[in-house]
Design a protein. Sequence first.
Length: 144
Amino acid sequence: MRFKFRLQKVKDAKGTVLDVKRAELARATAALRREEGELASIDQEAQRTEKNIGDRWQKPVSVDEMEVCVGYFFNLKARRCSQVQRVKAASELVNRKRQETLGARREVKILENLFDRQHALFTAEEARKAQIELDDIGARFHQR
């Protein structure tokens, strides 16, 4: 007799849900990495600009040029603040997706454990039935 797990369709459906959750987590993680990369590029741009301006201010600078530089720094600061908020939102999304993935994994693991226990019980019952049959054959043989 062959073992049939009655909740196999549920287990398969939960496995599919887990795969979807893993894919969502991967997309959220990739988005977080992109946002972090953008933040790093803004920081690098600010450092390069600060160095270039520092080098240029060794000699006299016009007021207009100073206003342009200060405006550019304010723009960079605003872009950085905005990007920090996007990184924070992406990080929160990754954490939420990670929790959802862990929850789906727990559900699949519960069904896997149930499958293992039921399969072990089935195997033990089959072994018991086989042993009874062998004992009957042995008893019939020795009665002759």
